[in-house]
Design a binder for this molecule. Structure first.
Ligand SMILES: [Zn+2]
Length: 301
């Protein structure tokens, strides 16, 4: 695709890419993938969030090798922009503007305002919009660099807010022993549910919100999660819930929203300050106390 002659087509395609790869990341599952892919890193920043957001360019030599995350659906071909000095400056400016609105979104879903440091690495040829990898957010160059129409930009901002939420929640939630896949799955219902909650209600991803309102679709998602929990825990089952289907995101988000509706947002926000195992137990306990209908029941047993 010619970037200079088809900007509208490109915007449409970028929008499709963003929508297609929602909801985002296998953030908790990243240690499970042994092999790595080698997309090209373009730029990196150390981001410091205090009273203001500061971006400091860092050498791409420190960029991580990326796990071969499974894409959410089929990869879509796209013409990737060439990043030169000028577009590097443009990327930095756009990221800074985006981060300010992203922080505004994420902070409402954190127990206290985020103050911290993380890295942003911009890659090309990664089959997703953004993902979290330890203390870094991996971002795909194209959606950030190209002009996006209003809805696609809103979606990009939501995706980054989701990833920033993961970074802000803390490394303890993302360093569970990969040999404990069941614990990873249960904890991910909490962390993915919480991060996905950020964009519910703003109509950025109507497809996601439609599932939450549709009894048939949502009960099928719960059944997916129950089926996986009944099986001997393995990584394949979890990948199923967070890639090929998105049931883990739907169920986690629904559980968070029921707790919020019944006990207030602070009830689940406080869980994010706990150790992962205890947080998970309390999360399921709080959810049970909302008296969900049989179709939406889920227990740790
Ligand atoms: Zn996530």
């Amino acid at each position: 695709m010619d970037l200079t002659t088809g900007p509208e087509r490109l915007t449409l395609k970028l929008r499709a890419v963003i929508r297609f790869f929602f909801p985002w990341a296998l953030c908790l599952l990243q240690p499970l993938f042994a092999s790595s892919i080698h997309p090209e890193v373009l730029l990196g920043w150390q981001v410091t969030v205090r009273s203001k957001v500061t971006l400091t360019r860092i050498s791409t030599e420190g960029a991580p090798r990326l796990p071969s995350w499974e894409a959410h659906g089929n990869r879509q071909e796209i013409s990737w922009p060439v990043v030169d000095q000028q577009s590097g400056t443009l990327l930095e400016r756009k990221l800074k503007t985006l981060l300010k609105e992203v922080l505004h979104k994420s902070n409402k879903y954190l127990s206290e305002e985020y103050r911290g440091n993380f890295k942003i690495w911009v890659f090309k040829n990664v089959p997703y919009t953004a993902k979290t990898l330890e203390d870094a957010i991996i971002v795909s160059a194209a959606p950030v660099l190209q002009p996006l129409e209003h809805k696609a930009r809103k979606q990009l901002s939501c995706i980054l807010a989701h990833e920033l939420h993961h970074v802000a929640v803390g490394p303890q939630f993302f360093q569970i022993d990969p040999l404990r896949p069941r614990q990873i799955l249960l904890t991910s219902l909490l962390t993915e549910g919480a991060a996905s909650r950020i964009c519910v209600g703003d109509h950025s991803f109507p497809e996601f919100e439609t599932v939450l309102k549709n009894e048939k679709a949502l009960s099928a998602a719960f059944q997916d999660v129950r089926n996986i929990l009944r099986q001997p825990p393995d990584h394949e089952g979890m990948a199923q819930l967070y890639t090929r289907s998105k049931s883990g995101y739907y169920v986690g988000c629904w559980m968070i929203m029921q707790i919020e509706n019944r006990f207030g947002r602070s009830a689940w926000l406080s869980l994010l300050d706990e150790a992962p195992e205890l947080a998970t137990i309390k999360f399921f306990d709080l959810y049970a106390k909302t008296n969900p209908p049989a179709l939406y029941q889920l227990s740790l047993q």
